[in-house]
Design a protein around this ligand. Structure first.
Ligand code: ASP
Length: 567
């Protein structure tokens, strides 16, 4: 649902500076205060009669009626100081995010007036700083001030106000010349044209002509349950290094020195770099220091592909593909991911490779396609990969991934499972009962699947809704190989797991179930634990004449109760 409900919508306009509100002083344009007062005098921006009728306070403006659609009422918050956007940094953008957080409950949406020069950086940073947005945040600006007779300011600001006021597009967007773009997909491409921005790898989310057309399948859907989270701890020590033919290794070395923690490396074509060994050495040395490199292309259109030239391929382990991200989005994402406290390097790289805010198109895993055609399950996975589109497709994938992953684990279909994990690299593939692929594989004793999952970092201690861990399921199934693998990966039984073990051990002893007893022993259970009647498994086995069990328990070091020291 894109159209906003209700008859009135309240917006906060955060005025940060930029050409839109600049005035000429001694021949140069400088950011100028008092924009709200000017807007009040312009009939397209303020309906004084309506404001009186509604009894609005003096600092509040109201747009003339636009039918159909709710009335847009707005307040301008002027930042201190007003800046040309060339002077904006992560600090100011985080402050904007915090302002939005402060007023989040009071307003239906937000418009940010910002200079166009660094607006793509600003929109990218805001998109990562604001997680779980349920309301529109629309940046706009202009190439010519609002005070000029011929200017793009009025249309851009009015369009941004109408989009934020009349549509529910819960994203950080940028509105310029009739088009609403996803903010982390744009880059400024023209110094003079009013259509100064391009969104090379994602079409506009909406277009305002005589009709407003919203590309509903591209608009991200807000997760109803999750509250807004503002990430203020963005890493400042990140940079962009644009490679050029013949770039000296010494220059790369100088650039990559600490305190730099992450760099967006702009490479040639589909991700290529010079293959000179000295340059490669510098990249490897930086990687060894823990510096993360995101590979983005000089080219505007198309992604970085994995088949890049040998130089970078050798340093590949340290380089994360930026796919089709703009450098602005990649820099903001690096800053966000590196700013998250307490993550391992591997986790940070995984996050960089994931689509977090619609900033990149994660490619279809083509390499898996042909190998998946052999089974029905494989074909379903291949079909899932082949889907492309916006939020609805992403939601469908998210909904289907856990079931397919569990089915793949159940069928020991390693190819399908591996392909699925590339779609969800953090392995949160649990079904509605909390079962993970590792649970399924452990229950069935599928050592190949267990090995692969553990190798990929699956949570060895995951509990399903009944509180069962993969280790407990492997014990129940008496799968000794699997128990061994899980134990090696650090799995152990908790006091809760061991609560009624004594009675269970006695039951196994009475049935001469040696495999069952061995499984508990291998999992780390104390085989001397008494059952509910105070007898141990050994006593039960002796009384039942199960000599094989007695021999086993003795060989596992279980002593007869009479031989135990009295307490
Ligand atoms: N220098 C101005 C700024 O980015 C240019 C603009 O707003 O278009 O603040």
């Amino acid at each position: 649902m894109a159209r906003a409900p209700g008859s009135e919508r309240q917006l906060l306009v955060v005025y940060t500076g930029g050409t839109l509100g600049m005035r000429s002083e001694r021949g140069v344009l400088v950011p100028s205060p008092g924009l709200a007062a000017v807007l009040r005098t312009l009939p397209t921006f303020h309906d004084a009669e309506c404001a009186r009728a509604l009894g609005l306070p003096d600092d509040t403006l109201v747009l003339p009626p636009a039918s159909p659609g709710p009335r847009v009422i707005y307040t301008v918050l002027q930042c201190q100081p007003l800046l040309d956007s060339s002077d904006m940094t992560i600090t100011e953008w985080v402050e904007i995010a915090q302002t939005i957080e402060r007023y989040y409950e009071q307003y239906h949406g937000f418009v940010v007036i910002h200079g166009t020069d660094t607006m793509a950086f600003a929109a990218s940073v805001l998109s990562f700083a604001l997680e779980n947005l349920h309301k529109p945040v629309i940046l706009t600006g202009a190439q010519v001030p609002i005070y000029a007779l011929w200017s793009d300011s009025r249309e851009n600001l009015l369009g941004a106000l109408l989009m934020a006021g009349q549509y529910v597009i819960p994203e950080v967007c940028l509105f310029i010349q009739n088009q609403l773009f996803r903010g982390n997909r744009v880059t400024k491409v023209d110094t003079r044209r009013f259509g100064a921005f391009s969104s090379p790898n994602l079409p506009p989310l909406a277009t305002m002509d005589a009709d407003v057309t919203v590309a509903q399948d591209l608009v991200r859907t807000a997760n109803g349950k999750d509250a807004l989270v503002v990430h203020s701890s963005m890493e400042r020590n990140v940079g962009i290094l644009r490679l050029y033919p013949g770039i000296p290794a010494s220059l790369v070395r100088a650039f990559l020195q600490p305190p730099l923690k992450g760099v967006v490396m702009e490479t040639f074509g589909s991700g290529n770099a010079p293959t000179k060994p000295d340059l490669l050495q510098e990249l490897q040395a930086a990687a060894e220091r823990g510096l993360i490199i995101v590979n983005c292309s000089h080219c505007l259109w198309g992604p970085v592909t994995p088949g890049y030239a040998s130089g970078l391929a050798e340093a590949g382990a340290s380089i994360v593909s930026g796919f089709d991200m703009t450098s602005e989005a990649a820099l903001a994402k690096l800053s966000f991911v590196l700013g998250q406290p307490g993550l391992s390097l591997g986790h940070r790289k995984k996050l960089l490779g994931k689509d977090l805010r619609g900033e990149m198109t994660v490619p279809v895993a083509d390499k898996h396609r042909s190998s998946l055609q052999g089974t029905v399950l494989g074909r379903s996975v291949a079909w899932l990969f082949g889907l492309s589109g916006g939020q609805e497709v992403a939601a469908l994938r998210d909904a289907m991934l856990p079931s397919l992953a569990l089915a793949a684990a159940h069928a020991s279909d390693l190819k399908a499972l591996q392909a699925l994990m590339e779609l969800d690299s953090d392995l949160c593939l649990e079904d509605c009962n909390g079962q993970t692929p590792l649970h399924v594989a452990a229950r069935r004793g599928q050592e190949g699947v267990v090995t692969m999952l553990l190798h990929r970092g699956a949570d060895v201690d995951a509990r399903d809704q009944d509180g069962l861990s993969p280790l407990l399921l492997a014990v129940r199934g008496r799968h000794q190989g699997t128990i061994g693998l899980l134990r090696m990966a650090g799995a152990c039984l908790t006091p809760q797991d061991l609560e009624d073990t004594g009675t269970e051990l006695c039951r196994l002893a009475s049935r001469a179930d040696t495999k069952g007893l061995q499984a508990w022993w291998q999992a780390g259970a104390d085989l001397e634990q008494p059952g509910y009647d105070g007898r141990s498994a050994l006593q039960v086995a002796e009384a039942a004449g199960n000599l094989e069990v007695v021999a086993l328990l003795r060989s596992l070091g279980v002593a007869s109760p009479e031989a135990l020291p009295s307490t």
